[in-house]
Design a binder for this molecule. Structure first.
Ligand SMILES: N[C@@H](CCC(=O)N[C@@H](CS)C(=O)NCC(=O)O)C(=O)O
Length: 203
C-alpha cells in the first residue's frame, strides 16, 4: 500500500488532498519533528533532504510535494493532470506558479503571523509580503472570469495546487472579500467530496 510521510496540515497537505481526490488507499506515517525524526538516518533513506512529505509506493520512493502529487495523479487518476499536451502544460503552469510565486509571500507572512510570537514579529516582512500578494491574486481572479475551474473547466491539479496555497490567506487573515471569482471557485472546490475528505483529515 502507498505510504505517505508527513501531516495533512503541512506542505504534505496537497499530497493528502491529491490522494483523496484520486480515491486511492494509503497509510500515513507521521514524523515527529520535536524528536528530530525528520533528520534521522532512517528517514533520510526516504528523503535525503530530511523533509516531509515523501511517499513510498511499493519499492518506489518520491519526495517534493508537487512531484508527489503529479505522480499520484499520473499513476491513479491521470485526468487530474489534463487530457491533452495543452491541458497538461497549463496544469503544470498553474501548479508551478502556485508554489514558485504565490506561495513565497504567503509563507513569509505565515511564518511571522503563525509561528513567531507577537512581540518578536517583523512588521516589515509582513507588510512587504502583504504587498506582493494582491497582484498575484488579481492574475488568478482575472483568469477565472467566466470559468468554473482553471483549466478546461474541469477540476485538475491546477485548482488543487492553487487553492491549497490560496487557503493560506485564511491562516494569515488576508482579506479575500474583493475577489469574487476566487471565492466562487473556492466554494466549488470545497463542495467536492475529495476536498471534504481531505478537510476531515485536518481537523
Ligand atoms: N519544497 C518542499 C518543502 C518541504 C518542506 O519544507 N517541508 C517542511 C514541513 S512543511 C519540513 O519538512 N521542514 C523540515 C526542515 O526544513 O528541516 C516540498 O514542497 O515538498
Amino acid at each position: 500500500m502507498i505510504k505517505i510521510y508527513g501531516s495533512p496540515k503541512s506542505s504534505a497537505g496537497r499530497c493528502f488532498w491529491c490522494l483523496e481526490e484520486a480515491g486511492v488507499a494509503y497509510e500515513t506515517q507521521s514524523i515527529d519533528f520535536s524528536a528530530g525524526e525528520h533528520k534521522s538516518e532512517a528517514f533520510r533513506q526516504v528523503n535525503p533532504n530530511g523533509k516531509v512529505p515523501a511517499l513510498q509506493d511499493g519499492d518506489f520512493v518520491i519526495w517534493e510535494s508537487l512531484a508527489i502529487s503529479n505522480y499520484i495523479a499520473d499513476a491513479y487518476k491521470p485526468e487530474l493532470l489534463g487530457n491533452s499536451p495543452q491541458e497538461r502544460g497549463q496544469v503544470s503552469q498553474w501548479s508551478i506558479w502556485s508554489v514558485a510565486d504565490l506561495q513565497v509571500p504567503m509563507i513569509q507572512a505565515f511564518i511571522q503571523l503563525v509561528f513567531v510570537p507577537e512581540p518578536r514579529r517583523d512588521a516589515d516582512i509582513i507588510a512587504k509580503a502583504f504587498e506582493k500578494i494582491p497582484p498575484m491574486l488579481a492574475t488568478l481572479e482575472n483568469s477565472l472570469n467566466d470559468k468554473t475551474f482553471l483549466v478546461a473547466d474541469r477540476f485538475t491539479l491546477a485548482d488543487l495546487n492553487c487553492a491549497f496555497v490560496v487557503g493560506i490567506c485564511d491562516d494569515i487573515k488576508f482579506d479575500l472579500s474583493e475577489y469574487s471569482n476566487i471565492n466562487q471557485w473556492r466554494a466549488r472546490i470545497e463542495a467536492r467530496q475529495g476536498t471534504q475528505r481531505y478537510r476531515a483529515l485536518c481537523k
